[in-house]
Design a binder for this molecule. Structure first.
Ligand code: HEM
Length: 229
């Protein structure tokens, strides 16, 4: 393959990665919103009913089911293309493939493959613990809400976060997720050519806000569960 072809196929992969990455960030907000309903349990007289109903809706609604296929496919494409680009980058040393620009000045940009690998390991453990345990292995209790039976996903999450090791693992991972997102969000706009001296500072600011809001929002869940159970 000529350098020219390689260069352009790399850019295509980067564009696809960026679009998929922005979609994955949307998922992270949706997932966080649903997970935060778990905290209702810690209000006086509270329960995990809203969370269980939301988790059930997520598992049965046809639109969400299609979304789930796109989501898993999105994760795979993002990981695969990220790996290929990184390997190409390593092989092209010292004349590395590089797009000059402000997003590459971020110290987080140097560790995208490392933080990405940690998130991947987290994802495998996370899916085995929750998603596959409930959906594939059926290894989960049930609860009746208003006469209807639901998977007791809430009890599963509450039980998991009784362990301090598990809580620390999650919180540390969320910090790395923040590092990954801090560069990822602004870099996606750069790759898509949506950088402009007027809007770039806004996108950079938004990137910082997202990289704080999402990890803090996610970390609150195991911490509240652990310290209130
Ligand atoms: C405190 C943090 C989190 C909690 C309590 C949590 C909890 C859960 C639970 C209970 C499920 C199964 C839901 C169901 O099948 O109905 C699930 C699924 C999933 N989680 Fe998480 N999660 C957390 C953070 C994350 C993060 C940070 C990511 C991504 C980096 C993630 C990615 C996923 C994915 C891809 C699925 C499968 C798709 C889905 O069911 O929506 N989760 N999570």
């Amino acid at each position: 393959m000529s350098n020219y072809t390689l260069h352009y196929s790399s850019i295509t992969k980067k564009i696809i990665m960026s679009l998929v990455g922005l979609f994955l960030i949307t998922f992270l907000f949706l997932h966080l919103g649903i997970n935060l309903t778990l905290l209702e349990k810690f209000r006086p007289g509270g329960s995990t009913d809203t969370f269980n109903i939301a988790a059930h809706f997520m598992g049965t609604n046809i639109v969400i089911k299609v979304f789930e296929v796109v989501l898993f496919g999105g994760f795979l494409i993002h990981i695969l293309f990220g790996l290929i680009l990184q390997i190409q980058n390593w092989m092209a040393r010292p004349a590395r493939y590089k797009i000059e620009g402000w997003s590459h000045t971020s110290p987080f940009s140097k560790f995208m493959i490392h933080t990405g690998a940690l998130i991947f390991i987290f994802l495998v453990i996370h899916l085995l613990d929750f998603y596959f345990k409930a959906k594939v292995f059926g290894d989960i209790g049930s609860v009746t809400i208003d006469g209807k039976e639901y998977h007791d996903m809430g009890a599963l999450v509450l039980a998991k976060f009784q362990s301090i090791g598990f809580v620390i693992f999650y919180v540390v991972l969320f910090i790395f997720l923040g590092f990954h997102l801090h560069h990822a969000f602004q870099s996606a706009f750069q790759t898509l050519g949506l950088n402009h001296s007027k809007y770039t500072p806004f996108i950079k600011g938004l990137s910082t806000i997202i990289s704080i809001i999402l990890p803090v929002g996610y970390a609150i869940i195991p911490l509240v569960i652990y310290f209130n159970s």
